[in-house]
Write a protein that binds this ligand. Structure first.
Ligand code: HH2
Length: 276
């Protein structure tokens, strides 16, 4: 179970985290949800379609993305977050690597921090989550978004990613984050080749064995396009469905997705089979 200020997520069944990007440049939904009213409508639709929580970000982390300042990130994020908070009661996570942005988001009604740098980008992040008593997602990334896809190399990608997340979880606990407020994520697409992404998904059980709930984000990502012969982000839903189903079978507890209605059915069936 994951306790948040907006209620608990019972993670005995996998749940969906709907993605809402308040960015002009996200790779699949850039520009769609910068307007607070449109974002709020999209948030309501995702919750009605079965999202147990929503993840709101204002800085794209797609390969090659340029970093934005904390000021610009707050300027994009806060009106959207405030509008979404007014219309939905599910837990909201904020996708940011900056403690200043996370703190402002927590004040505006966010309940969870999703840090793709696992607390490395800003040393204030883990202490902030500890003080606020909010859960944090610790994700593995090799390098930074601007450069992470330049020749990613590992000797043993599953071992290295698992060891990294164990170290970051230990750092979070040293900073005062409760053990049951930690979520780990292999960071599909973050400094990884297609083969790395596939083996991480195939061996997700190794990550789950750390004992923290595992979050996986495959939705619309580039490795699906490669496997599907060059399909664009909007044509990757069935491919994502296969990856989500297998991730659920290997122990994923939170699935970060754009296409909530489709993935609700995928998760319902995959988790029923996994538990049979
Ligand atoms: N993927 C993206 C962004 N944030 N956070 C976690 N924990 N795990 C992920 O896999 C993950 C993430 C990238 O997807 P998206 O938000 O759709 O695109 P962009 O980074 O271009 O905004």
């Amino acid at each position: 179970m994951l306790a948040t200020r907006a209620g608990s997520l019972a993670l005995d069944h996998p749940v969906l985290l709907g993605v809402l990007n308040a960015t002009p440049d996200s790779f699949s939904d850039g520009g769609l949800h910068l307007d607070p009213a449109r974002a709020a409508a999209a948030a309501e639709a995702m919750v009605n379609a079965g999202a147990a929580a929503l993840d709101i970000g204002a800085e794209s982390t797609r390969p090659g993305a340029r970093p934005v300042t904390a000021r610009e990130e707050r300027r994009r994020l806060l009106p959207v977050l405030t509008a979404v908070r007014r219309v939905v009661s599910v837990p909201l996570s904020v996708d940011t690597t900056k403690a200043e942005v996370a703190a402002a988001a927590l004040d505006a009604g966010a309940d969870i921090v999703n840090d793709v740098s696992a607390g490395r980008a800003d040393r204030g992040m883990l202490p902030l989550c500890a003080r606020a008593g909010v859960p944090i997602v610790l994700m593995h990334m090799r390098g930074r978004p601007a450069t992470m896809q330049r020749r990613p190399a590992y000797r043993d990608v599953v071992g290295e990613v698992t060891a990294f997340l164990a170290r970051r979880a230990a750092a979070a606990r040293r900073a005062g984050v409760a053990a049951d407020a930690i979520i780990v994520d292999p960071g599909i697409g973050f400094g990884k080749t297609v083969a790395h992404n596939l083996v991480l998904l195939a061996r997700l059980d190794a990550l789950a064995a750390l004992g923290y709930p595992v979050l996986v984000g495959v939705s619309r990502k580039g490795f699906l396009g490669t496997l599907l012969g060059g399909a664009g982000p909007g044509e990757r839903t069935y491919g994502a469905a296969a990856a989500v189903a297998l991730a659920v079978a290997r122990g994923a507890r939170l699935l970060r997705v754009h296409d909530v209605a489709a993935m609700r059915d995928v998760v319902a069936v995959a988790s029923a089979v996994a538990r049979a």
